[in-house]
Design a protein. Sequence first.
Lengths: 783, 180
Amino acid sequence: MTTKNVNVKIDELKTNSGQIKNLELSIGKVINDNYTEEPMGPTPMPSITTLRDWDMKLLNKYKPFYMPDCDSCCLCTFGKCDLTAGKRGACGIDIATQSSRIVMLACAIGAACHTAHSRHLLHHLIEKYGRRYPLNVGGLNVKVEAPVCRLVTGIKPETLGDLDEILTYTEEQITQILAVGHTGQEGNNLDFESKAMHVGMVDHVGMEVGDIAQISTLGYPKADPEAPLVKLGIGSVDRTKPVIMCIGHNVVPSVGIIDYAKETKVDDKIEVVGLCCTAHDMTRYYDRARVVGPISWELRFVRAGLADVVVLDEQCIRTDIYDEAAKVNAPVIAASEKNCMGFKNRTNDSADEIVADLVSGKVKGVLILDPEKVGEVAVRVAQKVSPIRKRKSVLPSIEEITQIAKACTQCKSCQRNCPQDYAIPAAMKEAAKGNIALLEDLYETCIGCGRCEEACPQKIMIHSLIVKAGEKSMYAENNLCRSGRGQVSDVEIRNVGSPIVLGEIPGIVAIVGCSNYPKGGKDVYDIAREFASRRYIVALSGCSAMSAGSYRNSDGQTIYEEFSGAFEAGGVLNTGSCVSNAHIAGAAIKVANIFAKRPLRGNYEEIADYIHNRLGAVGLAWGAYSQKAAAIGAGFWRLGVPVIVGPHGSKYRRMLLGRKEDPENWMVYDARTGDKVNVGPAPEHLFNVAETKEECMVAIAKLCIRPNDTWKGRSIKLSHYVDLSKRYLGVMPNDLHLFVRTMADVPMTMKDEFAKILEANNWKETIIPDPTLLPRMVRKMKE
Amino acid sequence: MSCEPWQCAEIATSKKANPIQKPEIAVAMIKKAQRPLLIVGSNATERYMEGKQLIEYLIDFATASKVPVVATAHMVGEFIKRGYQPAAFMNAMEIGQRVVDPTWQGLDGKGHPDLVIMVGMPYYMQSLILCGLKHFAPDLKTMTLDNLFHVHASWSFPNATLEDWAANLKVMTSKFNGGN
């Protein structure tokens, strides 16, 4: 599909039938749909209400459970309005509607963030490579190159320029959704929920655009199961070389750095390292870049003095990082319009001048909006500053820890401000006696927010003490992460489509998102390894992909060495950065399209219905903290894919929960006959919190169950569910009777146990339908 | 003992819990309730007082008071290991959702709880669920047995030391065991 601006001007035209003078005709767009292989479906480029009926089907099944946290609304000057327990605000809003409004706004912020990132990337790449640059995300192995875009917009993009049109659609939708959040607009909580799902769907479109644009142009791995293994961890950084640390999500400035280093042949003389998703994308571009770690590693890396230059692009950057960098004499380069950090814009100054100012310390930081200039300045400054700074650090010595800890008055302010409620006072008490073991333990699980220090009335740099105590562990972090592979290829989908849909591969577990973990990143590794060992497909992205790679098995292998990187049973694949999350949704969509031959373009409801009822996929965002994570989740909800978050995810303030004991909740149409059939709670929830890792393991196995499972597939899924429940909860599940349709579903080795349970619950055999929530999918409706 | 939210930046509220100044008051309220329910979270095995885990105090209390227990997270196995069978086990959000539903007839199907007692979840998570109950089950009374003040409950013990916490739980148990 292409779009054109058409301008026709006729000064004078004489024909037999008449005469035209000074005619000017302007057409904004001509849509030229050349793609005839697949007809357009019913909902291309849906507006904010087009898919409302589908959302309401899901919301009827999975009802919101609100936990407002804040009792009032303070979004307009009518307020603050107290909305406690049924009171309405000055605009008439109640607490359920207000809570859903907050959810929608969070999702809109997240979607805006990804889309704006993609827009910047696309502008930049079109400027560099041209609008006609062809998209290529996997060569001959990927014919469905943009499943999310095709599904939502109906557009089959072929060039960078085609992506422009798609982003224009997403931008309009995000604007519409933001408008809904204004005072005196939407007045119903379920409509807000529907709109949250809409903007979540749009978010996946925005993410896909960004990632396929950069995959196509920057030489990233293209749907490659054997994408390179790259160095991961603070210990992997060569501290004898000047170190440039890039933080954020937008790879463009990092590309400028790497290109300049290569051009000037100093790439082997400096270290270019990344933190958060920028790190993933740097290694996709240049496999000698290093991944320092997730966002929570930011303070520890800077305070340890390891960065000679800090380069900031966008998203998830500590807003006080320039202060932190200044303390260790590391210059900062802000490289994004979204994140200027108060620095003077030096984009139009000569590189020589900027380098001189940063090296001399005349300025602590600069804003440079030209990525090539960022590259030159960062590389030159790093080389000059490194020998001057000499790894200046603000960490105390081990001996100093004891002295500093003696200033602690045990007021507990640190613990009361720690998101994890860690027993920091106890660790300080021991440290004051010369025992730093408890501080060292905290290093392993601390999320590095620094709130403890902000709260300390004695101004003790508690986080620095923790980092110093854990220094040995920090420098031992030398692991491997698989570079982001991008999409799942069509070939892989063909190979696994049948066993996934029939349930013989027990599920797809997508472990995504940030590092706001309740007890450190090891949980992510444990969960990923448990399910890969059980032959589930484990797809990772973002900071979770880093955490999963940060531990080793008893043979010394990281998870990426132990398991294949393919989309197959027992595969552990890293799709890449935040925007690569779209490929996980894309894989689900491709199963419906490539394996099941469901039409794709503009056919959202049918594909989502297919995924919801047939594809045993679960999203897990164990450390989700951001609005972007909310948007990603919302995109999965609309596809009918359940999402679990860790305990901090409860702060999203709303869950979408089914009620397993209510049979009405679980009725679907049998597409063969039109009969309504109770298929049990499969999946039981659309969005829920798991309080502990142990609970999470069991919840994942259960949420992979789908109505369409064959008896063999259901039997496999139930055996995992039972086994995990016994192992991690210490009991048999109490709802097995709801998941057994025929005795053939019962795992062979558990017949006796199941028989007792089924008898006690007055179980009756039922059929395995061809499940759908959409009456129009029924092939032969009964009279 | 402080009656401020334990986690300082976490909580904003306009309707604040009444502090329970003495364990006897909590006991009186539990005895007055027709259908109390005790929800126990994952910190039950993470918190220690006087060398004993919180779960052990709670088993003593639940046994004495006969208040039915719902174990969240992976606590069910921990209870059973210690010889106590909880009335139910389920996810924390699932029990929260049922409690805000006025048509829910309780674990035994005989009626909606009139008092929900919570203890031992991650503080912020318990706080959020209590907030949900406050808004969407306004006739329900809620209470916490933690040593951390929960503003969204109807009644909460103030922030207290581990020693005071242990003492409070022991007094409560003794009152149900026939103590005065």
